[in-house]
Design a protein around this ligand. Structure first.
Ligand code: TRP
Length: 444
């Protein structure tokens, strides 16, 4: 990702945005949140927050990024010189650090599971495998370290050639595999209970916590609220249609999440796993599916599956690290290598605690949550929506409507009709919605 170089094409931009958006958030986080928050009702709240609260933020970040061609801190200084808005830039270093730490722990799990798939561990009984693995000390730590180092190496090598080409191959493969797993999962005995869980909403399950979790997940999954999309949009071609790239990314992202839900939940019910068990859900369930397949099919599918998950995770983790690195490079004048090493080291230290919080540190709790859950909730339910709130307030209330319109409509050539609707969402609906979720979550 060379600075101030534009993406070569629309396809490259959309792939980079989709590569950032589609990751462990869809395949690992979404299914376990669905299980913890009551199934279909959560999915409905999630869909509404995606389109009403979160898509407008996508537009807001895109508008700021492309208008200034700078990343967050610089963009704020350019558009709002001499104001406190520039402090928003700080979020673009704190949030990525925290996310990088715990995201890499889960990235490490996928490395470990790829290894297990290669050594044919999923061809026979998988019960108890995951709890044993994460509660141990060294194995998850080593895998986590490998993942975070891989992320740093890619950022240092530059993303353009390697990752972008790989994404083009990886995303379609992942898609085909998930569809295949969904179909196979539906043939397992007892799976229809899982389907019912995903499509029959029980609205009595919805409370402030569920809504906050759904909104947080929408931010997390779309990579919003800390300047990732802003930074990517700053590399966007001049004639790029902001609305199309946003809606395109949102649909791709949603599609992957829903498919992952349908890949996991039916098998959860078939295997008698608890849907609300938390972050381990997918890692408990998928190996069970693989072990039920004919041996050699299960072996091949599990290897390819964990390999593609790992790639999807890396295309996301690099977008997290890049935001922090860009900040140090642009604002602190540090070299790229030094910046990458600093952020990675800090993320690594935080991640060690997250990784250990499933085993030796399981009893160290903050607000009744393990260290891992606490970091995850802090970022998704609070920091990302807060960042998003600031971005829409900035575009809706600080920038002039004429500038916003020019950027959104490419100087009056596209999306002119829909501009007023989106502007209304950015100015009123999204900020008020986020505030209401914050307040109810605090009070209730
Ligand atoms: N969206 C990614 C996923 O679903 C994770 C991610 C990448 C992210 N960049 C981000 C989350 C920025 C929040 C903010 O796996």
């Amino acid at each position: 990702m060379n600075k101030r170089e534009n993406f070569g094409s629309r396809l490259a931009l959309i792939l980079a945005m989709a590569g950032s958006a589609i990751g462990l958030g869809n395949i690992w986080r979404f299914p376990y949140l669905v299980g913890q928050n009551g199934g279909a009702a959560f999915i409905i709240v999630y869909l509404v927050s995606c389109f009403v609260l979160v898509l407008p933020i996508f537009m807001a970040e895109s508008i700021i990024g492309r208008r200034t061609r700078l990343s967050t801190f610089g963009a704020m200084k350019k558009l709002a010189p001499g104001t406190p808005w520039k402090w928003l830039g700080l979020l673009t270093v704190i949030t990525p650090l925290l996310i990088l730490g715990y995201y890499s722990v889960v990235g490490g799990w996928s490395i470990d599971y790829l290894w297990k798939a290669c050594t044919l561990r999923f061809t026979h009984d998988t019960a108890g495998l995951f709890p044993g693995f994460i509660s141990s000390t060294w194995e998850p730590l080593i895998a986590f370290t490998l993942f975070i180092v891989a992320t740093a190496v890619i950022i240092l090598l530059g993303v353009k050639n390697g990752i972008e080409k790989f994404t083009k191959f990886c995303m379609p493969t992942l898609f085909v595999l998930i569809v295949a797993i969904v179909i196979f999962g539906l043939t397992l005995p007892g799976s229809s209970e899982g389907v019912r869980y995903l499509v029959k909403p029980d609205f009595s399950k919805i409370d402030a916590g569920v809504v906050a979790a759904a909104m947080g997940q929408a931010f997390f999954s779309m990579s919003l609220g800390m300047g990732t999309i802003l930074t990517y949009a700053s590399y966007a071609p001049e004639n790029e249609n902001i609305l199309t790239s946003g809606v395109g990314t949102a649909f791709a992202d949603l599609g992957f999440a829903l498919l992952a839900g349908f890949a996991v939940m039916p098998a959860v019910f078939s295997a008698g796993i608890q849907p609300g068990e938390g972050p381990g859900l997918v890692f408990d369930t998928l190996p069970y599916i693989f072990s039920q397949m004919p041996t050699w099919i299960g072996a091949i599918v599990s290897i390819v599956f964990f390999l593609t998950i790992l790639m999807a995770a890396l295309t996301s983790s690099i977008s997290v690290l890049e935001v922090g690195v860009a900040y140090l490079v642009e604002e602190k004048g540090m070299g790229r290598v030094k910046s990458t090493v600093i952020i990675t080291l800090l993320g690594w230290i935080l991640g060690i605690f997250c990784s250990l919080s499933f085993g030796p540190l399981a009893n160290a709790k903050l607000f009744g949550l393990t260290i891992f859950d606490c970091m995850d909730k802090l970022c998704s339910d609070w920091l990302l929506p807060f960042g998003g709130l600031m971005f829409t307030l900035f575009v809706g209330w600080y920038m002039s409507k004429a500038d916003v319109r020019d950027e959104f409509t490419n100087n009056g050539t596209v999306n002119v009709g829909i501009f007023n609707v989106v502007y209304f969402l950015m100015r009123y609906v999204a900020p008020l919605g986020i505030l209401v979720v914050f307040i109810t979550n605090l009070v209730l």
